[in-house]
Write a protein that binds this ligand. Structure first.
Ligand SMILES: [Zn+2]
Length: 239
């Protein structure tokens, strides 16, 4: 009998991509396959903004951030104040690491200044050789199209990306709850702002990562999710 040998026991996978690139779908699939804790920044923020238990003021980096003001920024499609977001994320990451789990990030870091703080923090915990980034690439046209057709389920907030196969889907295929359009964030005008924000602020992170010798794999995000998933696993050497 071969002794049990954990493979890549504590790895970090970061999935980057424009809104609608399928980040959320792939993050769910990859974290499931590789047994990684999926830290979804948008959900973390959404939970913080919508929970009645959340404090109305968050202290971070020697400053005070008003929850109501941050929620307004978030709803407009712009990026939240960096120290605010980072304090929420790093607190969570520390708990995941201490629990002995690997990590999957989708939606963080979202700009270079955040990567400059987050990557050294992750490196200290997990080691640079265990951190890998996957960049999902889709066209702007496809991003706008997919986002304006995106639905969320009312029970678990499962994101349902638009495709010909599920165009008439009204209920979540996983839990059967009703599907609704995501108000605010997926309005056409807001999508354009989010796309522009991604290009201007998030995409330059790739250069930062390469310059600092982090692994970055580019994957075509246009094919069906199952195909993209396979290509991600291959690029991570898991297949
Ligand atoms: Zn669902």
């Amino acid at each position: 009998m071969t002794p049990f040998k954990p493979k890549n026991q504590k790895q970090v996978v970061i999935i980057m991509g424009a809104p609608g690139s399928g980040k959320g779908t792939q993050a769910t699939l990859v974290s499931d396959r590789l047994s990684l804790y999926y830290l979804e920044t948008s959900k973390l923020l959404e939970a913080a903004f919508n929970s009645p238990k959340t404090k109305s003021v968050i202290g971070a980096d020697g400053k005070r951030y008003l929850m109501a003001a941050e929620k307004k920024i978030w709803l407009s499609g712009r990026l939240n104040s960096m120290p605010f977001t980072l304090s929420l994320i790093s607190e969570k990451i520390k708990r995941v690491f201490e629990g002995g789990d690997g990590l999957l990030l989708a939606g963080s870091p979202r700009r270079v200044s955040e990567a400059e703080l987050l990557m050294p923090f992750l490196t200290k915990l997990y080691g640079k050789q265990n951190i890998r980034t996957v960049l999902l690439e889709i066209s702007a046209k496809e991003s706008i199209f997919r986002n304006s057709h995106r639905k969320l389920c009312t029970l678990m907030r499962h994101p349902i990306l638009y495709s010909r196969e599920n165009a008439k889907l009204n209920y979540c295929p996983i839990d059967g709850s009703k599907l609704v359009a995501r108000k605010g964030l997926d309005d056409p005008k807001t999508i354009r702002i989010r796309l522009e924000t991604y290009k201007q602020e998030t995409l330059p992170i790739v250069d930062y990562l390469k310059k600092n010798k982090f692994s970055v794999k580019k994957i075509n995000g246009m094919p069906a999710p199952a195909v993209v998933f396979n290509n991600i696993l291959k690029s991570l050497g898991e297949r």
